[in-house]
Design a binder for this molecule. Structure first.
Ligand SMILES: Nc1ncnc2c1ncn2[C@@H]1O[C@H](COP(=O)(O)OP(=O)(O)OP(=O)(O)O)[C@@H](O)[C@H]1O
Ligand SMILES: [Mg+2]
Length: 240
């Protein structure tokens, strides 16, 4: 489903070039759960962002179903991200002024308003999969996801009124609102105690089991590595 070919990333800082990724090749199959581990600074987050269409490689290609992600226009790439890819970050990145429900709804609103010409074919496809795309349908789905994650009583809380684990569950619901085929998680349990971390893991692995969502996780958490179908170790911008 996703192929990374000869990817390099070089940051130019001052006089020296910082070579953060040095020739990454990777193939991710549909429905797998892949964990990327490695020491701090190895380039894990950089790789995740490049695979998810958030950051352009200096060299090499990323192919999603044989379409080259960084050859698409910015608008088309944004559309692919919105429609097919979900991101969960270590520090949640929720919008503080919005409620839990509004945070989850945001990608659906962008879907509905941001891509008038691109969405028609996909709309039909997803409608056939049961994704109601009107405002009420999206709201129902957002509420359903939050309830499923145990946040039925927190729909109108702002992020500042939620615990870390609750914020992370909101962030996962937000990543799922548009029914992504691919979910990228960067240290999703990094800031949670072990029981909350366990709960988040159950959500992620159930998602893979029940919906065939492909899940790629960057983590230091040995429990995640143990439960995933494949583990890759990174060091100094390469796989070892
Ligand atoms: N925008 C940037 N400009 C310059 N250097 C950067 C930039 N982003 C990341 N780096 C550098 O690239 C290297 C890899 O960063 P990255 O965030 O990918 O590491 P990581 O493996 O995710 O580490 P951690 O486990 O600490 O999150 C680091 O040395 C970092 O300082
Ligand atoms: Mg990182």
């Amino acid at each position: 489903m996703l192929r990374v070919e000869g990817v390099h990333k070089i940051y130019k800082t001052g006089k020296r070039d910082l070579r953060v990724l040095r020739g990454i090749d990777l193939e991710i199959k549909k429905s797998e759960t892949l964990t990327v581990v490695g020491p701090s600074g190895a380039g894990k987050s950089t790789l995740l962002h490049i695979m998810g269409g958030l950051d352009r490689p200096s060299k090499g290609r990323v192919l999603l179903d044989d379409k080259e992600l960084y050859r698409l226009s910015d608008k088309k790439r944004a559309w692919v991200r919105n429609n097919r890819i979900g991101f969960v970050f270590q520090f949640y990145h929720l919008l503080p002024e919005f409620t839990a429900l509004e945070n989850v709804l945001l990608p659906a609103l962008i879907w509905a308003q941001g891509f008038p010409r691109l969405r028609s074919g996909q709309a039909r496809l997803k409608a056939s999969l049961g994704f109601a795309r009107d405002r009420q349908g999206s709201k129902n789905r957002a509420e359903y996801l939050l309830r499923e994650f145990g946040l039925g009583e927190r729909l109108r809380h702002r992020p500042g009124e939620l615990s870390g684990g609750e914020q992370q569950r909101v962030a996962i619901a937000r990543a799922l609102i548009n029914g992504p085929e691919l979910l990228f998680c960067d240290e999703p349990t990094g800031n949670l105690d072990s029981s909350m971390g366990e709960e988040i893991l159950n959500i992620l692995f159930n998602l893979n089991k029940n919906n065939n969502t492909t899940v790629v996780v960057v983590t230091h958490d040995k429990e995640i590595a143990k439960r995933s179908s494949r583990v890759i170790e990174m060091r100094d911008g390469k796989f070892i």
